[in-house]
Write a protein that binds this ligand. Structure first.
Ligand code: H2B
Length: 96
C-alpha cells in the first residue's frame, strides 16, 4: 500500500514530540537506544514491540546485545519517514 513520506513540517513536529529519538543524517529514519537491567528485560521489551509491529505490519530495524537494544524506524514503502514510524515510536515510548 502506498504511504506518504512525512513533509519537513510533519517530521519536525513528530521529532518535537518524540524527544528521545534522533533523526538519521539522511533524514529518512529515526533512532533510539535502550538499556535494560538484563537480557531477560531487553528480550521481553523486544517481544512486546515485535507483536505490535507485526500487527501494524510495520517492522523495526533493530539489534540486541545482552541488555541493549538499538532501534531504527523507517518506512521502506516510501524510502523515508512516515506516520507509521511515528505510531510505532509512540507505542515503544509508552512501554519503556
Ligand atoms: C508487504 C508488507 O506490507 C510491507 O513490506 C511492509 C512490511 N513491513 C514494513 N516495515 C517497514 N519498516 N517499512 C515498510 O515499508 C514495511 N512494509
Amino acid at each position: 500500500m502506498a504511504i506518504a513520506e512525512l513533509t519537513d513540517a510533519e517530521r519536525d513536529e513528530a521529532l518535537g514530540e518524540l524527544t528521545d529519538w534522533t533523526l538519521r543524517d539522511d533524514g529518512k529514519a529515526i533512532h533510539r537506544s535502550f538499556k535494560f537491567k538484563d537480557f531477560n528485560e531487553a528480550f521481553g521489551f523486544m517481544t512486546r514491540v515485535a507483536i505490535t509491529a507485526d500487527k501494524q505490519d510495520h517492522h523495526p530495524e533493530w539489534s540486541n546485545v545482552y541488555n541493549r537494544v538499538e532501534i531504527t524506524l523507517t518506512t521502506h514503502d516510501c524510502d523515508g519517514l512516515s506516520e507509521r514510524d511515528v505510531k510505532l515510536a509512540r507505542f515503544i515510548d509508552g512501554i519503556v
